[in-house]
Design a protein around this ligand. Structure first.
Ligand code: NAG
Ligand code: NAG
Ligand code: NAG
Ligand code: NAG
Ligand code: NAG
Length: 300
């Protein structure tokens, strides 16, 4: 008990301190439904006339986002049940087939309610007028791209292009999601893959982008402290079902992202071991003999 306690407490302290240097910025955004009372920060400088879907927010970051480690950008949905059973049921009508203008009945690709409701807000970040370079490289698992979401090739790709319809809520066909990078187009599109890995809990975050530290000297070490302007293309409606949207920026350390749980757990378990060790020691010193005596009584 004492050995475990002595080993765990310093590990806990080190993890806790490493975590204290990790920065996390969480912004609740989206136009709230006027009927919902919310205590979250919401956007103030919205000019709905000029840009119906575009909001600008400014905020300040401290120096915790510049430590030579990767910076991650997430979107988070709160009170959104991506794991709801009927929603997960794949490829049922009306998410399965569509009638084209020429009267033909074609399949929807990709089919199903999850694909149809793909998250489609997008974000641009500026630092004193300089666009912060974000990359989707590394956001999805390589194995997803090469196995589960692999695109059809050759003739099958042409068939996908010509003989399927887009999901009703999408503006683009799946083969046009990214015309600049074939590796990010079709089913292999990073945003699509990330969305299709359904979350089990109603409050979840999904990786959106990673800071591209190779692109510009300004961001080589991370996000410098200062004032940032976030441009949000707010396309995704959530207030109807009382969900909330967040945009999150997180730095990392050698222990990973922001998470004080691990360090605290080590410290608590270590302290418990020491306390229990003391209790057992006291019991042993006070009652150890009498137990031995009881044993010898039995033998005789
Ligand atoms: C919003 O934008 C419109 C069109 O550009 C402009 O006429 C209007 O004055 C703006 N409103 C505010 C509050 O800035
Ligand atoms: C939002 O930011 C963009 C890009 O910096 C700028 O062009 C636009 O004028 C801003 N819009 C508002 C409403 O501030
Ligand atoms: C297309 O055809 C399938 C199978 O024949 C049918 O189940 C489906 O309802 C049709 N789709 C539409 C939109 O009518
Ligand atoms: C975004 O998604 C919503 C809901 O799925 C849809 O109604 C809307 O048309 C989409 N907008 C864009 C720009 O993709
Ligand atoms: C930046 O460059 C390094 C070394 O060339 C590479 O390992 C890393 O993946 C690159 N990062 C990004 C985000 O492209």
């Amino acid at each position: 008990m004492f050995l475990i306690g002595i080993a765990f407490i310093p590990i806990g302290v080190v993890l806790y301190l490493a975590n204290a240097g990790v920065g996390e910025f969480d912004l609740t955004y989206g136009r709230p439904d006027p009927h919902i009372v919310t205590d979250h920060t919401v956007l103030k400088n919205v000019n709905a006339t000029a840009h119906p879907n575009r909001d600008n927010v400014t905020f300040d970051l401290d120096d915790k986002f510049q430590n030579d480690k990767d910076i991650y950008f997430y979107y988070r949905l709160e009170n959104y049940l991506q794991n709801y059973r009927s929603y997960r049921t794949l490829c049922r009508e009306p998410y399965r087939s569509a009638i084209l203008s020429d009267g033909s009945n074609v399949s929807i690709a990709p089919c199903g309610a999850i694909a149809n409701s793909m998250f489609n807000d997008s974000f641009e970040l500026y630092y004193y007028g300089e666009r912060v370079p974000l990359t989707y490289k590394g956001v999805a698992w390589e194995v997803d791209k090469t196995v589960k979401f692999k695109n059809p090739t050759g003739k099958l790709w042409e068939e996908l292009k010509q003989k399927t319809a887009k999901p009703t809520n999408w503006l683009k066909h799946v083969t046009e999601l990214d015309l600049e990078d074939p590796d990010n187009n079709g089913y292999q599109n990073v945003d699509f893959i990330v969305w299709m890995r359904t979350a089990a809990l109603p409050d979840f975050r999904k990786l959106y982008r990673i800071l591209d530290r190779n692109k510009s000297a300004t961001f080589a070490r991370g996000l410098p402290p200062g004032r940032y302007e976030l441009v949000i293309f707010d396309n995704y409606p959530v207030s109807r079902f009382h969900a909330k949207k967040h945009f999150i920026i997180s730095s990392t350390s050698w222990v990973g992202g922001k998470n004080s749980f691990l360090g605290i757990t080590y410290m608590v378990v270590g302290s418990l071991c020491i306390v229990l060790g003391c209790i057992f020691l006291v019991i042993h010193l006070n009652f150890g003999n009498s137990l031995r005596e009881m044993g010898s009584i039995k033998e005789s």
